[in-house]
Design a protein. Structure first.
Length: 276
């Protein structure tokens, strides 16, 4: 099977994007892993499929696969790449799109300056909706990891997130604590693990250990989760600049019951064709 693809990234969080409207695509987990392999395939954090919408209420459908082959619900950086891809490929000339995902609809807006805003929806805070095993909803939870008790926030932005505040993001134990929290028994579907350092009320730094991908340069939904967690604990303002290893995002949240808006760039790297 020969596949035309485009390599893209959102702040270094990189994707293989495939038009599944104009070519017949049928990928299993093993083939996704092969494409994502940085030595034997193309290499990416995640793979995005652009598909026709199932109904008239949406413009397209997006499917997202982690590098380990597992399908996931949502990806903020991927959503920005999705918007740029469909416009560059001539699949639409709209500047606002409704996109179906496994986690629900996304609204994407192309800004005049080239930045892309994603309406990430209303954050889900109830433990059962994350999912996270806890007796009741709280802004902070104690989590036992090895011989220490950590304090985390837990929420869903269409995918599960744990947020851990650290004093220094550069020395945070991402490689050690990341996989342990990702696979913790209290997260039945595993979790994306964010490490957040507060620089000011409107600025934070962040690193992320993504579920099924390991540490990546950026995670859009994770940046949104960190801002929500920071606001709920009184640390952050309504509009926050989130500094990631791959660049910067602007995240806005007006509070409980309101959607999270994320704005940032998307970059096309190259186009290619691969035989599987």
């Amino acid at each position: 099977m020969a596949i035309n693809f485009t390599k893209m990234h959102g702040l270094g969080n990189d994707f293989v994007v495939i038009d599944a409207i104009n070519q017949s695509i049928d990928l299993g987990p093993e083939q996704v892993r092969q494409l994502a392999d940085r030595h034997l395939g193309i290499g990416c954090d995640q793979l995005l499929l652009v598909e026709p919408a199932s109904g008239a209420q949406a413009d397209f459908r997006s499917r997202i696969f982690n590098a380990d082959g597992g399908e996931v619900g949502q990806c903020g950086n991927g959503a920005r790449c999705f918007m740029q891809f469909v416009r560059e490929q001539g699949l639409t000339d709209k500047t606002q799109l409704q996109v179906e995902t496994a986690s629900g609809p996304l609204q994407l807006i192309q800004q005049p300056d080239g930045q892309i805003t994603v309406d990430m929806g209303v954050p889900r805070l109830e433990p059962a909706e994350i999912p996270f095993l806890a007796e009741r909803r709280d802004n902070r939870y104690a989590l036992d990891v090895l011989d220490q008790q950590l304090e985390i926030a837990a929420l869903s932005m269409g995918n599960p997130h744990a947020v851990l505040r650290v004093a220094d993001i550069d020395t945070a134990a991402v490689a050690t604590l990341g996989p342990l929290i990702e696979q913790h028994a209290r997260f039945p579907e595993r979790v994306n693990v964010g490490f957040m350092q507060l620089l000011a009320e409107a600025t934070s730094r962040r690193r992320v250990y993504e579920r099924g991908a390991g540490e990546t340069l950026a995670c859009g939904s994770g940046a949104c989760a960190a801002v929500v967690a920071g606001q709920l604990q009184g640390w952050l303002a309504e509009r926050v600049k989130v500094v990631l290893n791959g660049g910067e995002l602007v995240v806005s949240w007006a509070g409980i019951g309101q959607p999270v808006l994320m704005t940032g760039p998307a970059t096309t790297v190259y186009q290619g064709r691969i035989d599987l």
